[in-house]
Design a protein around this ligand. Sequence first.
Ligand code: M6R
Length: 365
Amino acid sequence: EKGGYPHFMLKEINEQGAVMRQTLTGRTEGNVVDLSNELSWTSDWARSIKKVHLVACGTSYYAASVAERVMGLFTDLDVRVDIASEYRYRSIPIGEDTLAIFVSQSGETLDTLAAERFAKEKGARCLAITNNGLSSIAREVDDVLLLKAGPEIGVAATKTFTGQMAVLYLMALYLAKLRESLAKDEETRLVKEMTCLPYKIEGLLENSGPIKSMAEKYSLARDFLFLGRGFSFPIALEGALKLKEISYIHAEAYAAGEMKHGPIALLDRAVPVVVVMPDDELWEKTLSNVQETKARKSPVIAVTTVGRESSLKDVEDILTVPSTEPELSPFLTVIPLQMFAYYVALARGTEIDQPRNLAKSVTVE
Ligand code: M6R
């Protein structure tokens, strides 16, 4: 069942190229996004809404946070993302002009289910993005988009995170298309590149040797900081969550620009800093955070786009990802972070597939 891998988590990490391919199949023919077989949305309805609320917990919340940024780019809608256990207790307007999207791998997370009931009661149109079409959340919503990731056994979500992001991107493109807010050539550019991602992900996975030795080198650290800007901020959060879940090392993620507002006080040579900095318009700004970090003697592990290494000469360790469209970098930058967490946990001998105190689906508040 583990397909020759020592852990489900490693198997599931390695399935991500295939999951991506499966997610796109039947939805992106001719580089055009079509979800009309799965969603009941019409152009009139799509043009009538004003707000999108993305609601989820844990890793699913980070996928939703990437989607929040993407939807802001593709549409002029008022988009916000919320943690499910907070959403219900806010007084924000929710009504018929609201599309509420619930992202849940299991479809059984109680806080997410309760948030869905709350939004439905207020008149929002509800969409579930889930890996289980028979789950409680899937049964209650107006529409469902499935991940097609297959069962995920490892408690730490990996392939379902990339699967969720892929479905969320397709949904965002489709909604933008119904609202006529995105140019056709933009859609083609993004969908074309999405179909190349499985190959890029597989290429990255084949080259895990350097990550393994790097992880061994850092496996005794007590604290880690993860930094990123823009699309890379939720990826920094996800990288930190993966590391703490399975290795039990304290890891915190910050928006890189927040460093000077507090977390920089933590830095010294004992605190490695993972900086997620793919080649995008924020690269230079994040580079200045790398320099600030180096000045405090913290070892830096940079996750960046191939070709950028020469500007990072003082950095201890560099993990490169292939180049892609800037909006799609999260699909690639998350992969080395998942592998890094896995190999750190392996070196520390922790229970990788079944970390202490955690359950695969959280059905209590
Ligand atoms: O099934 P869900 O996507 O609703 O689960 C949400 C979280 O409990 C889940 O993502 C959790 O954070 C994982 N253990 C992350 O690896």
